[in-house]
Design a protein around this ligand. Structure first.
Ligand SMILES: Nc1ncnc2c1ncn2[C@@H]1O[C@H](COP(=O)(O)OP(=O)(O)OP(=O)(O)O)[C@@H](O)[C@H]1O
Ligand SMILES: [Mg+2]
Length: 314
C-alpha cells in the first residue's frame, strides 16, 4: 500500500485536531528517506511564527520558508504565504525587482495578508512552485513532498480556493498556474490525501465528514489511517470468554481496556465500510516525539540497506 504512495508527488496528511497528523507526516517522510528516496517534509501551519512541532519531530534545526536539509534524503520547509505571494507577483509582473518592490508596498502587503483565502493561495503557490523545480538534467528537485496540513478548515479551503480564484482570473499566468495547481491536487497519480483518525466513534464520524468534503472537492483520498490502535491480544474466543468473566465479576479495570479494544474494532469496521480507500492501522506506542516518529517509520519501511538483497552488501 505504501509503495503506491511513494510513487506520488505529494502526500497531504489531513485529519481533525490531535489525531496524529504531525507525527504521521514526519514518520512518512522519515520512512521515505530511509528507503532511499528524496523527500521534502513541508509544514502548512495556521501560524508561520513560533516553534514548529513538525521540525522538532524530525530534528530540523531551522523552520522557515527556505528549504533546509535535515539528513540525507530528508528536507524540511515551513511553507510561507509571503514567499508564495512573491512568486506569483513575479509571474504577474514583467520583472523580479518589480515583484520585490510591489511586495514592499505596505498597502499591497496588507491586502495579501488580510484575506485568509489569499494567505492560503500564497501557501499553495509556494508548495506547487517547490514541486515544479527541476535540476539541469530535468529531474525534480523535490520528487516527493509530505505535507502536514492544519486541522482547521484551512486545509480544505486550500483546494476550494483555486476554483474561486479561477472564476476571478481565468486567463493570464496566475490563472494558468492556479488551474495547473488544481489539476495537480486532483490528480490521483500525483496527489494522495492521507486521512488520519483515531479509533473512537467521534473521531471516525469527523473523519467521514472530512472524506465527504474531499469527494466534493474531487481530491483523491488514497489511504485512511487509524492511529493509536490499542493492542488487541485476544482471539475472538478468548475475548468472548473474557467478556463473560468481566460481566460475572462486576466492574474491573480490565473492562475499560476491553471496551476500548472493542470500540477500536468497531471504528475500523465502520471506516472500511464507509470509505473506498484502503485502511492502514498504526499502533499506540509508549513513546513520544522523535522516538515515536522513528518507531512508526520503522514499521513503514525497512532501512535502505536492509532492503537490499544480501549479495548487494559489501
Ligand atoms: N501512534 C501513537 N502512539 C502514541 N502516541 C501518539 C501516537 N500518535 C500520536 N501520538 C501522540 O498524540 C499527540 C498528538 O499527535 P500530533 O501532534 O501528531 O497530532 P496532530 O493531529 O498533528 O495535532 P494538531 O491537530 O494539534 O496539529 C502527541 O502527543 C503524540 O505524541
Ligand atoms: Mg499537528
Amino acid at each position: 500500500m505504501l509503495e503506491a504512495l511513494w510513487e506520488r508527488r505529494a502526500l497531504l496528511v489531513s485529519g481533525k485536531g490531535g489525531v496524529g497528523k504531525t507525527t504521521l507526516a514526519a514518520a512518512l517522510a522519515v520512512a521515505a528517506a530511509r528507503s532511499g528516496r528524496t523527500v521534502l517534509l513541508a509544514e502548512l501551519a495556521p501560524e508561520e511564527e513560533g516553534p514548529s512541532p513538525l521540525a522538532r519531530r524530525v530534528g530540523a534545526r531551522e523552520a522557515g520558508p527556505r528549504v533546509t536539509r535535515v539528513r540525507p534524503g530528508l528536507h524540511f520547509v515551513r511553507l510561507s504565504a509571503a514567499e508564495g505571494h512573491r512568486r506569483f507577483l513575479e509571474r504577474a509582473l514583467p520583472a523580479r525587482w518589480l515583484a520585490d518592490a510591489a511586495l514592499r508596498t505596505r498597502a499591497l502587503r496588507r491586502f495579501l495578508e488580510a484575506g485568509p483565502a489569499l494567505r492560503e493561495m500564497g501557501l499553495m503557490y509556494q508548495m506547487l512552485a517547490l514541486l515544479r523545480l527541476t535540476r539541469p538534467d530535468g529531474r525534480f528537485v523535490h520528487p516527493l513532498a509530505v505535507v502536514d496540513l492544519p486541522a482547521t478548515g484551512h486545509a480544505l479551503a486550500l483546494a476550494a480556493l483555486p476554483q474561486r480564484v479561477l472564476s476571478l482570473m481565468p486567463g493570464g499566468p496566475i490563472g494558468r498556474d492556479v488551474r495547473e495547481g488544481l489539476d495537480f491536487l486532483q490528480d490521483p497519480a500525483r496527489t494522495a490525501v492521507v486521512l488520519t483518525s483515531l479509533p473512537e466513534p467521534l473521531p471516525v464520524s469527523e473523519a467521514l465528514t472530512v472524506a465527504a468534503e474531499l469527494r466534493r472537492l474531487e481530491l483523491p483520498l488514497s489511504v485512511a489511517v487509524l492511529n493509536r490502535m490499542p493492542e488487541d491480544p485476544f482471539t475472538p474466543e478468548s475475548r468472548a470468554a473474557l467478556r463473560r468473566l468481566l460481566a460475572a465479576h462486576g466492574p474491573h479495570q480490565g473492562s475499560h481496556a476491553l471496551a476500548r479494544i472493542e470500540r477500536a474494532r468497531a471504528a475500523s469496521a465502520r471506516l472500511s465500510r464507509a470509505l473506498r480507500a484502503p485502511l492502514l492501522t498504526l499502533p499506540e506506542l509508549p513513546v513520544t516525539g522523535p522516538a515515536l516518529v522513528d518507531a512508526l517509520a520503522a514499521g513503514f519501511a525497512p532501512r535502505a540497506e536492509e532492503a537490499l538483497p544480501r549479495e548487494a552488501l559489501p
